[in-house]
Ligand binder design. Sequence first.
Ligand code: AP5
Length: 217
Amino acid sequence: MKLILLGAPGAGKGTVAKLLAEMDGSVQISTGDILRGAVTAGTELGKQIESLMKSGDLVPDELIMDIMEQRLQEPDCEKGFLLDGFPRTIPQAEALKGLLAKLGIELDMAVNLEVAREVILDRLTTRRTCSNSDCQAIYNVKSNPSRQAGICDKCGSPVIQRDDETAEAISHRLQTYVEKTAPLIGFYEKEGLLLTVDAAGPSETVLAAIGAKLAAA
Ligand code: AP5
């Protein structure tokens, strides 16, 4: 499958992308994971974007498009991909449209995960993430705790709160979402690709709604 996952911070894009990837071998491509990996590794890109990410600002469109133009041409994308956190602005969506046309790739859907703000705030303050940048497994102290508190089930690394999970950064990320990312819902509706899913319930229900729509397409 070739999907875009849209939704506010904490809507469940990463969680749903990982579960969908297990279903048919499509690859999850999370720009957030790629950028956090660069920060942890201390690369030139990482140094350039660290403070932007910590405060909850978006990374410049040109940097993101450079990364994604290369990433989408890697061999593991041939089976399908789940774009998690990308595109994030109208210029990114326009650039992605041009890139996919150039590569001869057709998207199946842009799935908008809809969740009320109170649920999002609760999910973000209770989320925990594996600190190993090659893993970045997602947990939640309420809905999906790791088996041993503070330790990743998959790789054994410490499970932590992200740098952008302070109250101030969360509030800024939500505001940035409303201003810059929510307009993508209208963009993909016009493209005839939008599927809006109520993502307040358990992940299994969200997956079933996406699966049913894909099967009917
Ligand atoms: P990114 O990593 O993409 O963060 P985000 O969009 O803010 O999204 P999150 O990762 O916070 O949430 P999510 O929707 O994946 O939810 P999750 O599955 O974890 O981006 C971080 C930063 O990188 C940005 O601020 C920006 O600086 C930069 N960046 C990234 N991409 C960029 C781009 N394209 N352009 C420019 N800058 C970019 O779930 C949240 C919690 O809820 C978890 O604990 C989970 O266990 C729980 N949960 C999930 N689903 C359910 C459910 N159904 N029921 C109960 N609990 C659930």
